[in-house]
Design a protein around this ligand. Structure first.
Ligand SMILES: Nc1ncnc2c1ncn2[C@@H]1O[C@H](COP(=O)(O)OP(=O)(O)OP(=O)(O)O)[C@@H](O)[C@H]1O
Ligand SMILES: [Mg+2]
Length: 375
């Protein structure tokens, strides 16, 4: 870490997170780097299966145990060998590059407050996870306990990290009410005594966001916080997130495949496909003048009203991205989008393109960026 890094909350560097499966290694996250600054909101935006949740799991220190668990249920000799190799390499401080073979689990660096999270023991990680870094999981309404009141559940979050028993009941109650208030659940005095079964899905989601805010984290990771709720509630959830951001220097990593969610809540966006980041820039740049053919195709496959208007002007049709995303059990040799790209050339298939800065703060992983038609 250098002096200029003091305003950086999270720095992900050359992160890889590989699963094992019946088909061998699955390259869920394949060598990505990005930074989230203090008070900044960065979106991970990309299609299903792009690796967004895997990035979150890696940051939360859960990826390796999770992928080992899935691997144990598959019980395949080759997978056992790979995990053993990984353990041996780790003990010796060697990377996959050092031993010349790809390995399962997580590799790279995740800098948070001057420490590389990937070097922490589980005991140390527990002080950070759920406390300094919190998470609203994907499909999260099932994460609440239906039998206990919101007050009990939110208080539990606070107490879990209060090792020295410093918090009085009064403090706990105050924080619970404050956070329920922050996400604009009206009548918090009454609502704190209600159970999740008495709430709507959208309200549950906001309670989960409130719970994730209670410890006063430096980083909140929200994974698809608005799926499974209707438009009106989506807007209220997103508004609540915006309100929270205004009042604190919370950093946010917002995971979504929805343009509206990203546009409303993010300052910057990393566009993901096939475990890689293919474009990075401000939200305005990514949404209004995307540079990578994948970003363009993805935005057009699920357009906002504004994009629909623009497409009509240009006589373009709304259509899904043709073809299938690459098979992540095979190494990606060229551009991760080359099989589906209408601008593909031979070299795109044989070399991973450089991730280069095409204008200040705007990075695109496309050899042909300058030749692409204007958007
Ligand atoms: N336990 C697992 N074992 C093997 N492969 C997995 C496992 N979990 C996820 N994958 C694969 O890793 C890739 C990345 O998955 P991930 O869940 O991170 O994607 P995502 O971007 O969050 O997708 P979505 O938008 O659908 O939530 C996918 O190709 C997925 O099939
Ligand atoms: Mg996901």
């Amino acid at each position: 870490m250098t002096a200029e890094d003091t305003d950086i909350t999270l720095r992900v560097e050359n992160l890889k997170a590989f699963y094992t499966s019946k088909a061998g290694l699955v390259r869920g996250v394949n060598n990505i780097s990005f930074v989230v600054r203090k008070g900044e909101s960065v979106g991970l935006f990309g299609e299903s299966g792009a690796g967004k949740t895997s990035v979150a799991m890696a940051i939360l220190g859960l990826f390796e145990n999770m992928s080992r668990y899935y691997s144990s249920t598959a019980a395949n000799e080759e997978n056992k060998r790979l995990w053993k190799l990984k353990d041996e390499a780790k003990k010796k401080g060697l990377t996959s590059e050092d031993i010349g073979e790809e390995l399962p689990g997580v590799e790279g660096h995740i800098w948070f407050k001057g420490e590389d999270l990937l070097t922490l023991e589980e005991k140390e990680f527990r002080k950070i996870r759920g406390n300094e870094i919190t998470y609203v999981p994907q499909g999260s309404t099932k994460s609440l306990n239906p039998y206990s009141t919101f007050e009990e559940q939110t208080a539990e979050v606070l107490r879990a990290h209060d090792e020295d028993n410093e918090l009085t009941d009064w403090h706990v109650m105050k924080r619970v009410l404050q956070s329920l208030d922050l996400v604009e659940l009206g009548d918090v005095d009454i609502r704190k005594d209600m159970k999740p079964s008495q709430f709507s899905v959208g309200e549950d989601q906001r309670v989960l966001i409130a719970m994730a805010l209670i410890p006063n984290p430096a980083l909140l990771i929200a994974d698809e916080p608005t799926t499974a709720v209707d438009m009106a509630i989506q807007l209220r959830i997103l508004e609540a997130i915006q309100i929270i951001r205004k009042d604190t220097d919370l950093s946010l990593l917002m995971i979504s495949n929805n343009q509206g969610t990203i546009s409303q809540t993010c300052d910057k966006v990393a566009v993901m496909t096939a475990g890689m980041i293919v474009e990075f820039g401000t939200t305005a740049t990514i949404m209004n003048s995307p540079g990578h053919p994948f970003t363009r195709a993805f935005i057009m496959s699920n357009p906002t009203m504004e994009i629909i208007r623009k497409m009509k002007e240009k006589g373009l049709r709304i259509r899904g991205i043709p073809g299938k995303p690459p098979d992540l059990s095979q190494p990606i040799i060229g551009c991760p989008f080359c099989e589906r790209c209408e601008y593909v050339e031979e070299e795109c298939k044989t070399k991973v393109p450089e991730f280069r800065e095409v204008e200040e703060g705007h990075f695109v992983m496309c050899r042909r960026f300058e030749e692409l038609p204007e958007w």
